[in-house]
Write a protein of this length. Structure first.
Length: 194
């Protein structure tokens, strides 16, 4: 009766505390010439009461504690022993799927090491890499000469289709006597549209 009671308590405890957590998910796709390679990283928290270490559900033969490309390793500074760092650098080897711009990774949390049980949990991480940022510098040219003391101000507006630049040239007005009620203003010299 004592063994049955202990087993029942173990199952009740396992059923109550089956919450995993995933944070800090980051993924990238390899792009030619960018130096970026395929990768997925995340911080996993296995459910309390689970004694087994997380594994890759699609490749249980890989040892994620020692494999350099398919890693799920305990966080060294975690006193609870529940946190693991996932790091994947070889999608093919680790069973990672790419579909519709997303990365899919299946992680299995076994309740006990080496035993498959109904109470084990499976996690599917879906991540979409950020779109690449394209930075392009363009300069607008001006044919002509600027009058002495002129300054250039401009507005750049982007609309679907043609990119239009509007540049206005201004010349500073001559100084006005201190005794008059006039103030110095900018006077438009010319306007160029390209």
């Amino acid at each position: 009766m004592t063994a049955a009671r202990a087993l029942l308590l173990l199952l009740i405890q396992a059923a109550i505390a089956q919450d995993y957590d995933v944070t800090d998910i980051l993924c990238t796709f390899a792009t030619t010439g960018s130096g970026i390679r395929d990768s997925v990283t995340a911080l996993l928290r296995k459910p309390e009461g689970f004694r087994g270490s997380p594994l890759f559900a699609d490749d249980r033969a890989t040892d994620p504690a020692s494999d350099p490309a398919c890693q799920i390793r305990p966080e060294p500074d975690d006193p609870t022993g529940l946190l693991y760092r996932l790091k994947i650098t070889d999608f093919m080897k680790c069973g990672v799927l790419k579909r519709n711009g997303f990365v899919h990774v299946r992680v299995w949390f076994p309740q006990f090491p080496g035993v498959v049980m109904q109470s084990d949990q499976e996690l599917i991480i879906m991540c979409k890499p950020p779109e690449p940022t394209i930075i392009e510098n363009k300069a607008a040219g001006f044919a002509g000469s600027f009058p002495h003391g002129a300054r250039v101000s401009g507005v750049v507006e982007e609309t679907p289709g043609r990119l239009e630049y509007e540049v206005a040239l201004y010349k500073e007005a001559p100084p006005v006597s201190r005794h008059s009620n006039h103030s110095s203003i900018d006077m438009p010299v010319d306007q160029v549209r390209t």
